[in-house]
Design a protein. Structure first.
Length: 98
């Protein structure tokens, strides 16, 4: 399993816009072939900070996600709302085996 954990910090004025756009991306992502999980988390301590937990069956499936219409729409919409560049770190999923 290929997992990417993406850290996002959003400008305060755009938090709800980010949530709305990310919900649409989530809904499209969970329908993709190879998607295992696509969790969106918001910090309790700082509501401008988010974590996206993206799990795919393979690195190829994760790469294909970045060419989907819902991802491209999300990427372009949220770019001006970022307080800092988003950071994604790839991981090899060990458990559960998938």
């Amino acid at each position: 399993m290929h997992v990417t954990i993406v850290q996002v910090e959003v400008k305060p004025a755009y938090v709800q816009d980010f949530i709305n756009a990310t919900r649409e991306n989530h809904l499209g992502s969970v329908k993709e072939d190879g998607n295992r999980r696509f969790d969106v988390l918001q910090s309790v301590d700082d509501p401008t900070k988010f974590v996206l937990y993206e799990a795919y069956a393979s690195a190829e499936a994760a790469a294909a996600h970045k060419n989907t219409p819902h991802y491209l729409k999300w990427r372009d919409a949220v770019a001006p709302w970022m307080a800092a560049p988003r950071v994604g770190v790839s991981h090899k999923g060990l458990f559960p085996a998938g």
